[in-house]
Design a protein around this ligand. Structure first.
Ligand code: ZN
Length: 133
């Protein structure tokens, strides 16, 4: 009359220890090599205190997970410059220099009537557009 899942004093002691440490029933069964039902039944017969779910409290903590939704709001030089020239539609906004560099700026000359750029740059834009087509 011997089976693999026989309870002996060592196992019972361990069950009691693990139970009191708050391990999940399934985990205790795993560690003792018995089924979850066997652990639960044994614990019940041993009069061990009923288990409250150890997970519920841990889950609540995770609800306050920080949301790192910060939009990359890097003010690029180009953006700043664009903003500053928007007050006037009469200035040439032809970009000069590298937008990533500090020396970047807009032309700022008076525009050629009907064009967004000064005469020099509207000519340049016009020429480029024609050559690229
Ligand atoms: Zn210009």
């Amino acid at each position: 009359m011997s089976s693999k899942s026989t309870w002996n004093d060592t196992k019972l002691k361990k069950l009691e220890d693990l139970w009191k440490q708050g391990h999940p029933i399934s985990k205790i069964g795993e560690m003792l090599g018995v089924s979850r039902n066997s652990v639960a039944g044994k614990a019940h017969r041993m009069g061990l205190p009923k288990r409250t779910s150890p997970i519920s409290s841990a889950k609540k903590e995770n609800l306050s997970v920080e949301k790192n939704n910060e939009t990359s709001n890097i003010d690029l030089p180009l953006k700043i410059k664009l903003r500053s020239v928007q007050w006037s539609r009469t200035k040439c906004c032809w970009p000069e220099g590298d937008p990533k560099q500090n020396n970047f700026k807009f032309c700022g000359q008076d525009i050629f009537p009907g064009r967004p750029y000064c005469d020099k740059h509207s000519l340049l834009a016009y020429t480029n557009a024609r050559e690229n087509s």
